[in-house]
Design a protein around this ligand. Sequence first.
Ligand SMILES: *Cc1c(COP(=O)(O)O)cnc(C)c1O
Length: 383
Amino acid sequence: MAEQRIPFVKVELDDTDVAAVEGVLRSGWLTTAGQVKALEDELAAYTGTKFVNAVNSATAAMHLALAAWDLGPGEEVITTPYTFTATANVVIHCGATPVLVDVRETDANIDPEAIERAITPRTKVILPVHIGGEPCDMDAIMDIARRHRLKVLEDAAHAIGTLYRGRPIGSVSDAAAFSFYANKTMTTGEGGALATDDEQLSARVRRLTLHGMSRDAWNRYDAGGSWRYDIQEFGFKDNLTDIAAALGRSQLTRLESFIEQRTRVAQRYFVNLRDEEHLILPAFNEEHRQPWHLFMIRVRNETSPVQRDDVIRQLAERGIGTSVHFIPLHYHTAYQKLGRWQQGDFPVAERFFEGEISLPMYPGLSDGEVDEVCAALHEILHP
Ligand SMILES: *Cc1c(COP(=O)(O)O)cnc(C)c1O
């Protein structure tokens, strides 16, 4: 394969990130402490929420929220097959049942009408995913949740910086989980956070994050008793390190400029590709701010002379990296073994997947490089 000249993603790190991490290393305190607390406060301010729990992944943030709501066997969580496996894995790890419903043709986000049809007496949580950073129809989803007394947990792994009708994602539902994985819009290497206005939820998540441990009960009565702790329930080990949090704080100061750069890239893709008859460009609603975590195009396989897989291969031959978001969950072996879904069950998601290509997208992608990707696409699609 050709040398990759334009990768799909490039992590945006600078000297201030390096200095922030170095500062923590030199401080001698590596694990959860002041940097994590500061990141939580700064994320709460950024997302307009009262409480943020920084943890070691978005997966952990979602798992902890569901565990804190005591989700368990016999209960159902409605989500979509058009997501990364983490979204449904965490439901299964709680012993509960993921109920998959189809997405919207326009943006691959969960279809509120399909949610409504899937509700049963066992439904407890709706788990929408903001694909690529474009928000789901949260007004409709919150309305359904209120009417049926359901919780809403957002998989906001792509949506740090998304504004839903002017409101930051995080402040819209019961809780939202962000990802700071290496290829996400801002990174801590590995990391994530849960944002909520619910103090009880945040407190329970905090306890579950570290083994179910509490020190508070003892410290109050025992001045010298810092060695004492109590295990109040069986928790997990999902805390974030101060090393990672320092990187996150440094990245968060530049998040708005990352989003500006991503928006520049997206606009250039739109201008260059808008007349390409063999492609469908991403849909977005001007009422929101979309941070362009991904730029998801679709090849019109029915009419294009070159099909999606071939387009990806020919881009790779020219040194251009891409990805595909997402292989629908029910195509994977582990999901098939559950015996609940088969190909054809989610026609909209399946069709979206068949054509989808995620183009290179990162703040440092130059206008010239965007033009090169677009020129390559035009050439490939008109052999
Ligand atoms: C990346 C991603 C996750 C998982 O995030 P982690 O921080 O790696 O746990 C969950 N959902 C979606 C849609 C993602 O893209």
